[in-house]
Design a protein around this ligand. Structure first.
Ligand code: T1G
Length: 701
């Protein structure tokens, strides 16, 4: 077994190379080997200095997050770093790639930091609900100015090697990791015995301005959006300016432990691993290779089509945007150019890169332009007959082996696939609007979809910067299927007496990025109505089903794009509609629904417990592989707070039994409507009865 630390003696310098693929996480064995190597070197008079570096694309991604839940084995990272910092041997860090979290903290106990230009430097701990726990909040302020130290620690955002050099965090930058290692060894060999660490640095000072701290706290509170860790990180960093190093380190360790035992940390760490686990697809041949995708054809130049084309272009792919309507094609091409040129204005890319990106875009006014594409993504109107016609045509035109994908958001992918003679090459790629921004991609595996098509879709999603989650075929797949009961009950509560702002306020106060009725107005009440028309059979038994959405659609009040929907819109300003109450009351009267005072708790329970209940059904049917997949979908596509870990993780923490009992309560309390929609899922009933956990029924691996 390869040791995670490879030791090489170069003259009087000992080169310690961390080798723990894929990210040199500072796991138990690596920590132990590092500590032993440093102690042994310090005891060897022939060794005068050390160089530490990483093997592979990263220096180190920090502590092994998988150890947090179980508790860290000895020696813990702070102890190992203390050994290095107190050793008689000066150390040069040769930072071959990104140094994140504990990886940066390791570099901070070294005397010099030589970096490769590609390296990034960050303390992302706050995005895991914790703070740096191995000295980052105490040693960084002793090296760089307060503003930069506070920004890095409380935002979690990484900085580039050139920024780090400008801050004084890095001493020299090299074009490659190997150059950094060679220079580090040469520099280390020339070093005397004096150490240059946080222990020898003068105590740091805050800027003179009296309200510096208050301003920082205000800005961080605003950015934190309910997360506790950024303010905890600030509290710890400020100790660096008030306490001696060892006291500051002790306080940091205490704050770290407090954060790490919090619900927020458990939720955010769950989301971290859930997002990475989605790539493991059960039952898929592990040896299958993806189809090579160099050229993509996108059918339909509307909002979704041009967004999808932009996402592919920005990832370096050649794209042919196709639309039989010349006006739509021109509009789509303009929309793409606007986004790409907008990135130049925002300083994200330079003009040259923008021009090169747009040069990879071709336009086509007939499906035949898709003939040479490796992947075709259809984004035409959400109508089964239209999609089947397009796929039958594509079947004739597209080259053998090309993957044919549909961007349908609800329709049966198997029925679309059956319009071709190659259903094994057909797959659903459900993007979310705006498609060049939203990270989520639902990959819909049809009954006949091949493993190669699934693998190709997973690789594409990673390539275009998306989180691709493989789901099965049913109405609305995972995301939209769970949105149905959540939105249905919000619409019903309107008829029963709640107001749009009351509803949306309860949900945004809970942490949703947007209230469900504001979401309907943003997506378009016409879109919601046309989806319901396609699904009429399943909802016909309930005349109140999203009634107000259909009424607004019939009145042309589609929402934001029409200036009127559940709210009134003047540009970006949104306001309550006074006339809506009468409209709703009239519909309720027609449906025989008696209006009453609705409490916030009722809204909370009915909307969110319905969401969770549908999630359980989806797991029972195997439409989603594991609860974490549902959490990844809802956190990345529907604005469910990652701070709560996603709907299924949250439900577990909130209490599955309680959710079950309250659903049963509403089933009884809401008469026929309750009977129709509030029956607890079988798995929820079972888990409530035996006080089980979701993973008992739906294992994560
Ligand atoms: N611990 C354990 N596993 C990790 C890991 C980590 N720190 N980082 C990545 N992995 C796994 C990941 O689960 C995946 O596994 C594989 O590595 C590749 O990752 C004391 C307490 C480094 C930018 O927050 O941001 O230090 O799915 O798919 O897209 O103060 O991973 O293959 O089985 O993400 O190239 C702070 C977290 C820790 C960095 C690479 N560090 N990692 O991205 O690959 S807390 C972080 C990342 C800490 C100290 C504290 C990214 C990456 P699998 P990947 P990638």
């Amino acid at each position: 077994m390869t040791r995670p630390v490879v030791i090489e003696k170069i003259g009087s310098v000992l080169l310690l190379r961390m080798q723990a693929p894929p990210v040199n996480a500072l796991g138990a064995q690596l920590r132990k080997d590092l500590q032993e190597a440093v102690a042994a070197a310090a005891a060897d008079p022939a060794i005068t200095s050390l160089v530490v570096t990483g093997q592979g694309k990263l220096f180190s991604a920090g502590a092994d997050i998988a150890e947090f839940e179980a508790g860290m084995a000895k020696p813990e990272l702070p102890e190992v770093l203390d050994t290095i910092e107190r050793s008689r041997l000066p150390v040069v860090a040769a930072i071959n790639g990104s140094a994140l979290g504990g990886g940066l903290e390791l570099a901070l106990v070294c005397d010099y930091r030589f970096a490769a230009r590609r390296a990034k430097f960050g303390l992302p701990e706050v995005s895991l609900g914790i703070i740096p726990g191995a000295g980052g909040t105490q040693r960084l302020p002793r090296l760089i100015d307060a503003e930069a130290a506070i920004a890095m620690t409380t935002s979690g955002k990484p900085v580039s090697a050139s920024e780090a050099e400008a801050f004084g965090l890095v001493d020299r930058v090299f074009d490659s990791g190997d150059e950094a290692v060679a220079a580090a060894v040469a520099h280390a060999a020339a070093l005397g015995t004096a150490r240059r660490t946080a222990r020898t640095a003068p105590p740091p000072a805050l800027p003179d301005s009296t309200d510096f701290v208050a301003q920082q706290r205000l800005a961080i509170t605003r950015q934190a959006k309910g997360r506790d860790a950024p303010l905890k990180a600030l509290e710890s960093v400020l100790n660096a300016y008030a306490l001696p190093l060892d006291e500051g380190l002790a306080r940091e360790a205490a704050i770290f432990a407090e954060c790490n035992s919090s619900l927020q940390a458990k939720a955010l760490q769950h989301v971290f691993f859930a997002e990475r686990q989605v790539a493991q697809v059960r039952g898929m041949d592990a040896a299958v290779t993806a189809h090579t995708v160099a050229g993509v054809a996108v059918i339909g130049a509307g909002t979704m089509g041009s967004g999808i084309a932009t996402a592919c272009l920005q990832a370096g792919l050649k794209v042919t945007l196709i639309d039989v309507n010349p006006g739509s094609l021109a509009k789509g091409a303009q929309a793409i150019a606007r986004i790409i040129e907008g990135n130049v204005a925002k300083g994200r890319i330079d003009a040259g890169a923008a021009a090169a990106t747009l040069q990879r875009l071709e336009l086509g006014d007939s499906l035949s332009a898709a003939a040479s594409a490796d992947l075709v993504i259809e984004a035409v109107v959400e109508n089964m007959a239209v999609k089947q016609k397009v796929f039958a045509e594509l079947d004739r035109i597209a080259k053998p082996g090309a993957i044919l994908a549909t961007n349908t958001s609800t329709l049966n992918v198997d029925l679309i696939a059956n319009a071709t003679a190659r259903p094994h090459d057909v797959i659903g790629l459900h993007f979310f609007s705006p498609a060049h921004v939203m990270r989520l991609l639902e990959i819909v595996r049809g009954a006949k979809t091949s493993d190669q098509a699934v693998k190709t879709a997973l690789d594409l999603s990673r390539r275009i910067g998306k989180v691709g989650v493989v789901v099965g075929v049913c109405y609305g797949f995972v995301g939209n299927r769970m949105l149905e009961p959540y939105a249905r009950d919000a619409h019903r509560l309107l008829l029963e007496g709640a107001s749009p702002s009351q509803l949306d306020t309860v949900l945004t106060r809970f942490g949703m990025a947007m209230g469900v009725l504001s979401m309907c107005d943003m997506a378009g009440n016409d879109v919601g109505a046309s989806m319901r028309r396609e699904n009429r059979a399943a909802i016909a038994h309930d005349p109140s089903y999203c009634r107000m959405g259909d009424v607004l659609d019939a009145r042309g009040e589609f929402g934001q794009k029409a200036g009127l929907g559940f709210y009134a819109y003047a540009g970006r300003d949104k306001s309550e509609r006074l006339d809506l109450v009468d409209l709703i009351a009239a519909e309720a009267d027609q449906l025989g629904i008696v209006r009453r005072e609705i409490g916030d708790e009722e809204i909370f329970e009915r909307c969110l417990y319905s969401l969770v209940n549908e999630g359980c059904r989806i797991l029972e049917e195997g439409i989603a592989q594991r609860p974490g997949d549902i959490d990844t979908i809802w956190c990345n596509g529907y604005g469910f707070p990652a701070l709560l870990g996603g709907p299924m993780h949250w439900a577990e923490a909130h209490g599955l039994q309680h959710i079950h009992d309250r659903l049963a309560h509403w089933r009884a309390a809401l008469g026929t409507y309750g009977e129709a929609w509030f029956s607890p899922a079988a798995s929820l009933t079972e888990l409530a009865r035996n006080r089980g956990r979701l993973v008992d029924l739906f294992p994560s691996d």
